[in-house]
Design a protein around this ligand. Structure first.
Ligand code: ADP
Ligand code: MG
Length: 329
C-alpha cells in the first residue's frame, strides 16, 4: 500500500502548492469559517493549515490517513451530486506517503479535547494521543518528498514554490468570500483577508486586496442568467497591461476550472468584440445545476464535463459578448 500511495501521490502531490490545495479543500469541506495557511521555506520544510471546521474524532483520525477512506460519499448514488470538493479519499494518504504528516483535531468545544496522530512516510504511529487544540483541525506537513529524493529534486527555489502556493491560495480565497483567510510565509503575513459580505461591494474588497486595484478599476462587473445558468463576475477591459495577462480565474459552482470549452467561449467573445492580441483578464463564476456537470474527470479536478457543452458554450459566449459590446469604447 505504501508504494500504491506513493504512485497515487504522483498524481495529486506535485509540489507544495498542490498539498496546500488539497488540505485547504478539506478544511472548506469541513465547514470552516477561518482557514490559516503557514509555510516555511516555500512549503518544502513545513506546510501548516489550521481550520475551525467540524474536526475529526478520535476513532476516525487514523482512518483519515488511509487510502479511499472518505467520509464524503456513502453510496454510489452520492457520486451523482457531489458538492463537496474532495471525494476520492486519497489526498491525505498520498501526502502522508511522501512527507512527515501530523494531524491534530478536536470535534468538541473544549480546548483540551483534541487528538493527534503522526504518519511518517506512511509508517503511522499506532497510537492516537491527546493533544490540546481548539475545535477544528490542524494538518502539518513537514519535509515534503524527504523519502522520494528524485521528486524532491524537482522542487524549484523557495520563491518559485511560494509563488505557486500563493496562486493556489488566491484561487481558494476567490472561491469563498465568506471565509476568513490568512497566508503566512517564513513568519510574515502575506495575505490577511476578513470574510466579506456576499454582495458586489464585499467581493470587490476581497478582489482588490488579492489581485490588484487596477484590475477592478479597469474591469466591468456582470451578472447574467438564462436557461438555468448564471454567469457573474468581472471582465477586464482592453486598457489592461500585459503584465497581468495571467489573471484568469473561472469557477464552476465554486470550483476553479481550466477547461477548453470555457476558454474557447471566452476567447471567441473577446475576439469578436475588440480585444485583438490581448490576453483577456477575468474573474468569472458560472453557476449551474450540479447534476449537469461532471467534476470527477481528473484527480486534480481542474477539468469539468458539461452534460450539454453546447448550451454552456453558447451561454458563456453570448453573455460575455453582450457585456463587452455594451462597454466597447
Ligand atoms: P477526501 O477529501 O477525498 O475525502 P482526503 O484524503 O482529502 O479525502 O481526506 C480524508 C478524510 O479525512 C475526509 O473524508 C474527511 O473525513 C477527513 N478530513 C480531512 N481533513 C479534514 C478537515 N480539515 N476537517 C475535517 N475532516 C477532515
Ligand atoms: Mg480531500
Amino acid at each position: 500500500p505504501r508504494l500504491a500511495n506513493q504512485i497515487a501521490a504522483g498524481e495529486v502531490v506535485e509540489r507544495p502548492a498542490s498539498v496546500v490545495k488539497e488540505i485547504v479543500e478539506n478544511a472548506i469541506d469541513a465547514g470552516s469559517r477561518r482557514i490559516e495557511v503557514e509555510l516555511e521555506s516555500g512549503g518544502s520544510r513545513l506546510i501548516r493549515v489550521r481550520d475551525d471546521g467540524i474536526g475529526i474524532d478520535e476513532s476516525d483520525l487514523p482512518l483519515a490517513l488511509s487510502r479511499h477512506a472518505t467520509s464524503k460519499i456513502s453510496s454510489l448514488d452520492d457520486l451523482e451530486d457531489v458538492v463537496s470538493l474532495g471525494f476520492r479519499g486519497e489526498a491525505l494518504a498520498s501526502i502522508s506517503s511522501v512527507s512527515r504528516l501530523e494531524l491534530i483535531s478536536n470535534v468538541s468545544e473544549s480546548p483540551d479535547g483534541g487528538w493527534r496522530v503522526v504518519a511518517e512516510g506512511r509508517q503511522m504511529e499506532p497510537r492516537v494521543t491527546p493533544a490540546p487544540h481548539p475545535r477544528g483541525t490542524s494538518v502539518l506537513v513537514r519535509d515534503l518528498f524527504f523519502n522520494t529524493p528524485a521528486r524532491r529534486k524537482f522542487l524549484r527555489t523557495e520563491k518559485t514554490e511560494f509563488g505557486h502556493v500563493e496562486e493556489a491560495f488566491r484561487r481558494l480565497a476567490l472561491s469563498r468570500f465568506d471565509i476568513t483567510w490568512l497566508l503566512k510565509h517564513n513568519q510574515k503575513v502575506v495575505h490577511q483577508l476578513p470574510a466579506v459580505a456576499e454582495d458586489q461591494a464585499g467581493r470587490e474588497r476581497r478582489i482588490g486586496s488579492l489581485l490588484s486595484k487596477r484590475f477592478l478599476d479597469e474591469s466591468l462587473h456582470l451578472d447574467l442568467e438564462a436557461s438555468g445558468l448564471r454567469l457573474w463576475g468581472w471582465v477586464g477591459l482592453p486598457a489592461h497591461s500585459r503584465a497581468q495577462a495571467d489573471q484568469q480565474y473561472f469557477f464552476v459552482n465554486g470550483r476553479i476550472v481550466r477547461d477548453r470549452l470555457v476558454a474557447h467561449a471566452i476567447r471567441q467573445a473577446y475576439r469578436d468584440v475588440l480585444f485583438h492580441g490581448r490576453h483577456p483578464v477575468f474573474v468569472l463564476y458560472l453557476e449551474l445545476d450540479p447534476r449537469v456537470v461532471d467534476v470527477n474527470v481528473h484527480p486534480t479536478k481542474h477539468e469539468v464535463r458539461f452534460r450539454d457543452g453546447r448550451l454552456v458554450h453558447d451561454f458563456l459566449f453570448s453573455s460575455l459578448h453582450r457585456a463587452l459590446a455594451a462597454v466597447k469604447p
